[in-house]
Write a protein that binds this ligand. Structure first.
Ligand SMILES: *[C@@H]1O[C@H](CO)[C@@H](O)[C@H](O)[C@H]1NC(C)=O
Ligand SMILES: *[C@@H]1O[C@H](CO)[C@@H](O)[C@H](O)[C@H]1NC(C)=O
Length: 393
């Protein structure tokens, strides 16, 4: 079987990229002290405030993705008072506290049935401009609807279809479909950060079916437990979370993952993951490969089209870079104690910039932390020049 762990990149290194030894400059493009929306009217706004449907200090953003001058934003429901879970704003809007507009509209975000968009943690936008929305944040009482995937065509802004995960794969109470990568052979790979049933979910478009791999490499690592971010301890034992896929030209494509409470990055060939039949025996575990350790615990990660892995380093207030299969050790690209507070979601544009959202989510996720509406910045989107595109290219 062709499950060798050999990577060959058909896209050779871009010649226009000046590979500089100087670390790229990180600049903040947008930042928020709280999140507010483009309300339909002052009446609906006042009603939402009065009813507690909107509690400004409780709204947090996690996933960010860029497409054609728009930022798409996931707003999971860590706390009550989050009226919208999927939204966008235009990239050329004001750098401080730009208002978000519900995507695709208010109705889809407030639909009381399980057809509506319930609680989204992240999404991916594929090469044809279809957004794969992971409606699978089920760790708070915000909804008891099943976890699902919803597809939107960002060129027509139409909902294309949806898929509901069975209860055996994504729990409607306790599931935490955390992050998603997509390959262009019609598969998506999803981390389930659930404390009850953590694992790696594979979805096949052709079969309209999902299956789940569960392995000890997806558990938290005890030696990585108990760290502090911005004077606030993180004590949870958080399993598989970060996910990345090697670029389009790699053969086979390798899926990389790591636990949040952990240092190690693991890889497995997607040729193995595509084989649901391998789940009936434990033989697939032989293909799980330990790739190495990051400098610290991290949440989101992403790979570019050169095979560079970018990832957050939570207790170091830093962003790391690692050419995983290139033989160079992981390096720290940028570190700032006062601004890089919980680097989480990554995104790429088509101008050679990579982005990372630092979102102080450890405070939103801990009910003991008292959130307040003040001028302190809670969310920052940084950009830095890499001369690359996402793994999708
Ligand atoms: C939220 O935005 C609306 C405009 O959509 C504005 O009228 C309102 O004052 C804002 N609320 C806060 C708390 O900034
Ligand atoms: C960290 O960020 C602050 C605020 O933007 C800035 O003033 C400071 O110079 C930064 N420090 C480093 C080491 O870049």
């Amino acid at each position: 079987m062709l499950f060798f762990f050999l990577l060959t990149f058909s896209s050779s290194r871009c010649t226009t990229l000046e590979e500089s030894v100087i670390a790229p400059t990180f600049e903040i493009t947008h930042q928020w002290s709280y999140i507010n929306f483009t309300w339909e009217s002052s009446i609906t706004y006042e009603e939402a405030i009065d009813s507690g449907d909107y509690i400004p200090e409780n709204v947090a953003m996690t996933g960010i993705k860029f497409y054609r001058n728009r930022w798409y934003i996931a707003l999971p429901k860590f706390r009550p008072g989050v009226p919208v879970t999927l939204a966008y704003f235009f990239a050329d809007e004001a750098p401080i506290n730009p208002l978000l507009t519900p995507y695709p509209d208010w109705d889809s975000n407030t639909d009381p049935t399980c057809e509506g968009i319930k609680a989204v943690q992240s999404m991916e936008i594929d090469r044809s401009g279809v957004m794969w929305v992971l409606d699978g944040f089920r760790v708070t009482p915000a909804t008891a609807c099943p976890t699902k995937l919803i597809w939107y065509d960002l060129n027509t802004h139409r909902r294309i279809r949806s898929y509901t995960f069975p209860e055996t794969i994504g729990l409607r109470r306790g599931g935490f479909l955390n992050d998603i990568v997509v390959d262009d052979t019609g598969y998506a790979y999803i981390t389930d950060n659930s404390a009850i049933d953590p694992g790696l979910i594979v979805f096949s478009v052709r079969e309209n079916r999902a299956w789940k791999f569960r392995d000890a490499s997806m558990f938290p690592q005890i030696e990585a437990a108990n760290f502090v971010v911005d004077d606030w301890p993180f004590r949870a034992l958080a399993p598989i979370d970060g996910i990345a896929l090697t670029p389009r030209g790699s053969n086979p494509r390798v899926l990389l993952y790591c636990s949040l409470t952990g240092f190690s990055v693991f890889g497995i060939s997607t040729e193995v993951l595509k084989r649901e039949d391998l789940l009936s025996t434990g033989d697939w575990r032989a293909y799980v490969t330990y790739l190495g350790d990051k400098q610290a615990q991290g949440d989101g990660m992403a790979m570019d089209n050169f095979g560079n892995l970018y990832y957050g380093l939570l207790p170091l207030y830093a962003v790391g870079k690692w050419d995983v299969f290139g033989g160079t050790p992981p390096e720290i690209l940028y570190q700032n104690r006062s601004t890089v507070i919980w680097p989480d979601s990554f995104a790429f544009d088509n101008q050679g910039y990579t982005y990372v959202l630092a979102n102080t989510i450890n405070k939103f996720g801990d009910i003991n932390f008292r959130l307040v509406l003040n001028d302190e910045i809670k969310f920052r989107i940084f950009r830095f020049f890499t001369g690359s595109q996402s793994y999708l290219f």
